[in-house]
Design a protein around this ligand. Sequence first.
Ligand code: COA
Length: 255
Amino acid sequence: MTQDILVHAEGGVMTLTLNRLERKNSITSDMYAALADGIARAQEDAAIRVVLIQGHETVFSAGNDIGDFLNKPPAGPDSPVFRFLRGIATFPKPLLAAVCGPAVGIGTTMLFHCDLVYAGDNAAFSMPFANLGLCPEAASSVLVPQMLGYHRAAEALMLGEPFFAEAALEVGLVNRVVPPTEANDYANAQARKLAAKPLSSLVETKRLMKKGQQQLVLQQMLDEGESFGRMLREPAAKEAFTAFMEKRKPDFSKV
Ligand code: COA
């Protein structure tokens, strides 16, 4: 059991905390497995009514751990990352997130599967897949244009530039912006409010809001996963990841 994900259940709320600060909460396959297991347990356990995913007040997540990712690339739909993604995309109970500081790659794309998102005013969202020679994941290629509109989505997914808490609030990715020191507590208080409501109403409300595109989201995740897996082995991604490890700018002029 990895200590890089802390699982805590209290008062009907399961909190999954990304706890790998020294690596900016970048996510390894062991961490994906722990997150996926937590989500699965929360789905089964009648005592858990709400799940909250949170990081630290200085950083939510730097996305995939790049070294781990290269050593253990996701292998098919049963790999830990896909189990986690399927888990959050189909989780029937309320799912919340508290986000402060950088939220890179999956640190941002997972939020599109949450019901409520609270951000510290230092939050910086980015989906730099194109800068890494990759393509979107987590059904972000459909969910981001849907929420941001096509042109802002193209800016986020093709230029890969970060956008900040106020912009996220404006487009509706975030429900409320609070001081970073308060974000986790605020989200927890909201989670407790939900946990006190009739779960059957929350589950039915969520099902009705999501049912129109559940299949599309799952299919898109599979399509993206195939492309992502292929592109990970191609020269552009190799150059991007080698450059990251060597702490230099990537040179895509030859790929
Ligand atoms: N995978 C592996 N290691 C990572 C990482 C990642 N995604 N993100 C950060 N780290 C490591 C850094 O290499 C550094 O290690 P070092 O102390 O051995 O040099 C350490 O975590 C601290 O990161 P650093 O970049 O110095 O922190 P920062 O506060 O200056 O910047 C980020 C924070 C998140 C903006 C920056 O780390 C970043 O852009 N990371 C890469 C994000 C990314 O491309 N993710 C992949 C998405 S698929």
